[in-house]
Design a protein around this ligand. Structure first.
Ligand code: G1P
Length: 303
């Protein structure tokens, strides 16, 4: 195994969560409630994402928010009134759950004034992040906590100093929903590939592979200069994929880890419902009863 001299050897400790989008696919539910706060059983989607970051060693999380979305920040604040009530009732379990949200990481916030694209959203984090490597976690997807992805990505970035992505294999007809990479083999570890090209949302006929970029990135600080130089691309938006492709072109090492675990995509109603059902079915407190009901329900539908 080779060690790339460019890496600092230190893992990134900051994460940026772009969450300023309008969530038109969930209207009217998202008129007044950010889609990132829609519940999956009894925790909002965003909490799963911050928990994923925290368990990978991230200690500093910057939420990129927009108008009408500040309640996302409140979710990670203390609630002394609620805590006192639970303490009086002796409900230690809920008290711990409520306190936990404010103890996961240091939460910061900045604004994306206009929805100009994912690259633009990440660019708003420049002064908070500075020159350090950092993780980006998209606000509507997360992975199974039993098979985490971020720790390996952070380790790999500390070695290469470059960009580290995560991929899933998608069906040919799905390439136009994702950033797609061309890759070659890498000697940096099991499941690691070296990226040779990146294109945002190509038509199936234009796609260089079926490896789709998922919403986890570990990036070097120099991405901010690349974003500043990026012109609007796919959908007329400033694309993170285009900024990463420019760094790749200029010689920055780009690697990807092919993820084989379960990815929950809550960005559209069907994926959201599937996420709720899967996680409810796994819950130790209500999973058994829920699964039994679900089996009866589905059986009844068929009959
Ligand atoms: C974004 C990225 C895309 C990536 C996808 C993963 O697209 O631009 O490259 O594959 O997230 O979910 P979006 O889903 O925001 O349109």
């Amino acid at each position: 195994m080779t060690t790339n001299a460019q890496g600092s050897g230190k893992r990134a400790v900051k994460a940026v969560i772009p969450a300023a989008g309008l969530a038109t696919r969930f209207l009217p539910a998202t008129k007044a409630v950010p889609k990132e706060l829609l519940p999956v059983v009894d925790r909002p989607v965003l909490q799963y994402i911050v928990e994923e970051a925290a368990s990978a060693g991230i200690t500093d999380v910057l939420l990129v928010t927009g108008r009408g979305k500040t309640s996302m920040v409140d979710h990670f604040d203390r609630r002394p009134d609620v805590e006192q009530r639970l303490e009086e009732k002796g409900d230690t379990e809920r008290l711990a759950a409520v306190r936990r949200t404010s103890e996961l990481a240091d939460i910061y916030t900045c604004r994306q004034g206009e929805p100009l694209g994912l690259g633009h959203a990440v660019g708003t984090a420049a002064s908070h992040v500075g020159d350090n490597p950092f993780a980006v976690l998209l606000g509507d997807e997360f992975v199974d906590e039993g098979s985490p992805l971020l720790p390996d990505m952070l380790d790999l970035q500390a070695r290469t100093g470059g960009i580290v992505l995560a991929f899933i294999e998608v069906k040919p007809e799905e390439t136009s929903r994702y950033g797609i990479a061309s890759v070659r083999e890498s000697d940096l570890g099991e499941g690691v590939v070296e990226v040779t090209g990146l294109v945002e949302k190509p038509a199936p006929s234009e796609a260089p592979s079926n490896l789709a970029v998922v919403g986890r990135y570990v990036l070097p600080g120099k991405i901010f200069d690349a974003i500043a130089d990026t012109k609007p691309g796919s959908g007329g938006e400033i694309q993170l994929t285009d900024a990463m492709a420019a760094l790749l072109e200029a010689g920055t090492p780009v690697h990807g880890i092919v993820y084989r675990g379960i990815r929950y995509d809550t960005g559209q109603p069907l994926g959201y419902l599937q996420t709720v059902v899967q996680l409810a079915a796994q819950r130790p407190d209500l999973g058994e009863e829920f699964r039994a009901w679900l089996t009866d329900f589905v059986g009844g539908q068929k009959g």
